[in-house]
Ligand binder design. Structure first.
Ligand SMILES: Cc1ncc(COP(=O)(O)O)c(C=O)c1O
Length: 407
């Protein structure tokens, strides 16, 4: 018998989370087991993090090999895993320089600070950051301020200033707002927390053009959409639009905490010696695991699997949606998939997630009205089918009483 349970959480933890009733203790591939030994199909991926599933042999090998060599040196010295990872990230993307940190919020914090400093060096007052409604960029004070959900910053005032929020996918609104005073426009190519809402290709191209016209940096927050999840290594590649700064975390370490800000040599100069930093950024353990994860997620077969399994998942969700009247048509890219609930189920996405958990499926919400799915990109066809079967059972259980009532 374990000495800790879900109740322990309420006794010893700050109440900023409300975790599920079960406690997972072991994972393998796209399956998890709880304290009672019950198995779950994992369509959540630790919120789009375990991009290669649980206990991937190559990640275990990289972590254990590095664990016996060197854990930490700080940034007063550099280290081999960090340099190798930076070499691979710059070889694989538009970027020429990398800043390592420990989370998505920290990667965005670095990006926003770079943009502000760059803008202030360009011209007096060039420090407006434009972002979009429903955007999510993390939970530091700067990132909740730039994010597009006011409730995450309410009560934490005073907030950093000169941040403008506009409707997403509305190019005309951006064209009206952007000016010589704008230092950066930040967007998620696929808004994750905000409801799994992909940018339209026209919007993505138009934002790039407007940034060029007004000499503003284009920041892509790929914390959720990156690392193979969209079916491309980074979603910008699928859009054919190149940002000036890209932030990545979550899947970068496949479950080991790491974040990175990627940029060009020219813009990297802005963060000159002493302007920014992180004790743990570039930690050898994190970078060794991330190097192994990057090698794996870059494989064309795996990226193709993300697309094929994404199509399988969406077809299955749409069929369940039609059968039970619970979901409207799904949306997303690759294995970042959202299923908006139908009008009758507005505000009840969490109820569906809880019902799915009872059937042995772990999935997520993205706000009150959207179910979100972010499984590992190496998930098998059989596991997608099994997860869909369990979701179908959950929807059958949820709709059964109302059918009986109507009979
Ligand atoms: C697009 C995006 N940016 C930033 C973050 C923040 O990342 P972290 O929780 O690692 O700070 C998230 C987390 O959900 C995210 O989805």
């Amino acid at each position: 018998m374990s000495t800790v349970s879900r109740q322990t959480f309420d006794e010893v933890m700050v109440p900023n989370y409300q975790p599920a009733a079960i406690i997972p203790v072991r994972g393998e591939g796209s399956r998890l087991w709880d304290q009672q030994g019950r198995d779950y199909v994992d369509f959540a991926g630790g919120i789009a993090v375990t991009v290669l599933g649980h206990a991937h042999p190559k990640l275990i090998a990289a972590l254990t090999a590095q664990a016996g060599k060197l854990w930490h040196v700080s940034n007063v010295m550099t280290n081999e895993p960090a340099l190798r990872l930076a070499q691979k990230l710059t070889a694989a993307t538009f970027a020429e320089r990398v800043f390592f940190c420990n989370s998505g919020a920290e990667a965005n914090e670095a990006a926003f600070k770079l943009a502000r400093r760059w803008g202030n060096l360009q011209a007096e007052g060039k420090n407006e950051i434009i972002s979009f409604h429903n955007a999510f960029h993390g939970r530091t004070l700067f990132t909740v301020t730039v994010g597009g959900t006011p409730k995450y910053s309410q009560g934490f005032e005073p907030l950093p200033g000169n941040v403008t929020h506009l409707p997403f996918n509305d190019l005309a609104a951006l064209e009206r707002a952007i000016s010589a005073k704008t230092c950066a426009v930040v967007m998620e190519p696929v808004q994750g927390e905000g409801g799994v809402m992909p940018a339209t290709p026209e919007f993505a191209r138009g934002v790039r053009e407007l940034c060029n016209r007004h000499n503003a940096l284009l920041i892509y927050d790929e914390v959720q959409s990156g690392n193979g999840r969209s079916g491309d290594l980074y979603a910008y590649m699928g859009y054919g639009v190149t940002p000036d700064i890209l932030t990545t975390a979550k899947g970068l370490g496949g479950g080991f905490p790491i974040g990175a800000m990627l940029t060009t040599a020219k813009y990297a100069e802005t963060l000159a010696f002493g302007t920014h930093g992180s004790t743990y950024g570039g930690n050898p353990l994190a970078c060794a695991v991330a190097e192994a994860a990057l090698d794996e997620v870059s494989r064309p077969e795996l990226l193709a699997n993300a697309k094929a399994r994404g199509t399988q998942l969406r077809d299955g969700l749409d069929a369940i949606g039609r059968r039970y009247g619970i979901f409207a048509p799904s949306r997303g890219r690759g294995l970042l998939v959202g299923a908006p609930v139908s009008d009758a189920w507005k505000g009840k996405a969490k109820d569906i997630v809880n019902a799915a958990l009872k059937q042995g499926l772990w999935c997520l919400v993205a706000g009150p009205d959207v179910l979100r799915f972010a499984p590992a990109i190496n998930i098998t066809e059989a596991d997608i089918a099994e997860g869909l079967k369990r979701l179908d059972a959950a929807c059958a259980a949820l709709t059964a009483p109302s059918k009986a009532a109507n009979a």
